[in-house]
Design a protein around this ligand. Structure first.
Ligand code: FES
Length: 123
């Protein structure tokens, strides 16, 4: 089964039988830790680098063209605007330790790990 590999956090998420998965929603649901803020293509926080599998991603949207411009040609996409339709590996630059952004992300990951354990107990 096809997977999204979130290299920065080490999470692998299988793409379900529907055949595509929204990258940011998958990250939130399964605790992969991709940073985000607006979830609507307006802030650029969810910018990610596509390490492999660009051919398996949904076409570039106008919001990405506006936000990323030439970075798209270099392999960048917005997680909140992109669907994976096959195997892909994505990464992002983690916030530097000691910053407020790092503290927020760490808190998010801790909450996500907790909810992941909760989900595992339900299976
Ligand atoms: S979360 Fe703001 S552009 Fe994706």
């Amino acid at each position: 089964m096809a997977q999204i590999y979130f290299k920065t956090s080490g999470k692998r998420i299988e793409i379900g039988p529907e055949g595509e998965a929204h990258i940011l929603r998958s990250s939130i649901r399964y605790g992969a830790g991709l940073p985000y803020r607006c979830a609507g293509g307006r802030c650029g926080t969810c910018k990610l680098f596509v390490e492999s599998g660009m051919e398996n991603l949904s076409p570039v949207r106008k919001a990405e063209e506006r936000m990323l411009g030439p970075l798209i040609e270099q392999g960048y996409r917005l997680g909140c605007q992109t669907y994976a339709r096959g195997d892909c590996t994505v990464s992002w630059t983690p916030a530097p330790a000691g910053t407020r952004e790092y503290a927020k992300l760490r808190a998010f990951w801790e909450r996500a790990d907790l909810s992941e354990r909760t989900l595992a107990h339900r299976k």
